[in-house]
Design a protein around this ligand. Structure first.
Ligand SMILES: *Cc1c(COP(=O)(O)O)cnc(C)c1O
Length: 374
């Protein structure tokens, strides 16, 4: 059994051959258009730009925020390094805030305690595709004039109070890395709702030029306009992504099925052993990107992972806290110790979850997990 198997969609190969035969291999061809339209429909975002990764979408967000070395950006300490490094790349200081122990998501109270006059933005991750407390974060953003950026690498298709994750803040990002629900090897997207921001984003994505407008026929030549970089994926990536998005509903349903099987099978064992199971608040639809359990202590986490490994089940811990990592110490600061992050990171164990996991395999995981006693 593997921990994750990147999904393969049935039309992938045909799409890839079609790109090769078409001679249009560079970005912004018909598969980029098609995949972008599908992402708009799934997320509800008015504007979608495909990028080479979620990290590059976060870099674009940092450029659109016009971050400078005078600015601070609050990010969760329990998070993937890209949330921090994309902001640090603009010279901004990363300020680490703590999480809510129930969800692993950024805690608005911790964000409030980390605010200063220099705070320009907050980057939030919807961990596992479970919505963060957006009410609390939006209230802080409105009260202090701070942009909320959603790193929605886990949560395409998820919702918070009916709103698509990634469309609630000022900007949202997606990842199509091969560890994500929908994948094209390496890829991402930037979700926007503001037309002016979208115009600027198109320039930033295209080497600082207005080439996109030129290709649409709006102008008769293109030129250098602004700072930018090269963030468009090739049509090969877009073609693979487009094939995956055709099967989005069945990918999500298959993952949710595995998630629900774990959620139904583990509560008695969890209660007996002081284990906490992954949960999602009632006002959000999660995406079954992860299924995790939390052990009472770090020692129990290590012994559960070993116990599963011996039985042929790959299981894994997750993020190393950013605030105490070498990059965090060098490029950020931590006004209030992130104790819940440290505790969450030390006790989380992720179980295998991917669409092709058979009932027999899920049963095997459940048997191995429930034969572990704290
Ligand atoms: C995977 C991931 C990223 C990075 O995605 P890439 O597409 O590999 O750049 C960023 N944030 C989170 C939360 C992720 O899980």
């Amino acid at each position: 059994m593997v921990f994750n198997r990147p999904y393969r969609a049935s039309r992938e190969q045909d799409n890839l051959v079609a790109v090769l035969d078409s001679g249009h291999i560079q970005g912004d061809g018909r598969f980029t258009d098609s995949a972008s339209a599908k992402l708009k429909a799934i997320s509800g975002a008015p504007y979608v730009l495909l990028t080479t990764s979620c990290t590059s979408a976060l870099e674009m967000a940092a450029l659109l925020l016009e971050l400078s070395p005078d600015d601070e950006v609050i990010v969760p300490s329990f998070g993937f390094p890209a949330v921090a490094t994309s902001m640090a790349l603009r010279g901004a200081t990363c300020v680490f805030a703590d999480i809510d122990s129930d969800t692993g998501n950024l805690d608005p109270h911790s964000v409030a305690a980390a605010l200063t006059e220099r705070t320009k933005a907050v980057v939030v991750i919807h961990y596992g595709g479970v919505a963060a407390d957006m009410e609390g974060l939006l209230a802080l953003g409105d009260a202090h004039g701070i942009a909320i950026v959603e790193d929605n690498a886990h949560g395409l298709g998820g919702t918070w109070r009916g709103h698509g994750l990634g469309t609630i803040g000022k900007m949202g990002t997606l990842s199509f890395h091969d560890t994500k629900n929908v994948q094209c090897g390496e890829g991402g997207a930037l979700l926007l709702s503001d037309e002016v921001l979208m115009e600027r984003a198109g320039i930033i994505r295209d080497k600082g030029t207005d080439r996109a407008q030129f290709l649409r026929g709006g102008i008769d030549k293109y030129s250098w306009q602004d700072i930018g970089s090269s963030y468009s994926p090739s049509e090969l990536n877009a073609a693979m992504l487009d094939a995956q998005l055709d099967e989005f509903a069945s990918i999500q349903a298959a993952r949710l099925r595995v998630w629900e099987m774990y959620a139904a099978a583990l509560p008695d064992w969890a209660q007996r052993n002081d284990i906490r199971l992954m949960t999602a608040p009632a006002d959000c639809q999660h995406t079954a990107h992860l299924y995790y359990v939390r052990t009472p202590t770090e020692r129990h986490r290590d012994s559960l992972i070993d116990h599963l490994a011996v039985r042929g089940i790959p299981a894994s811990f997750h993020y190393v806290p950013l605030d105490s990592s070498p990059g965090g110490l060098k490029l950020g600061r931590t006004p209030v110790p992130c104790v819940r992050t440290a505790e969450f990171a030390a006790t989380v164990v992720r179980l295998p979850i991917w669409p092709g996991l058979s009932d027999a395999q899920v049963t095997k995981v459940v048997e191995a997990v429930t034969s572990f006693a704290v």
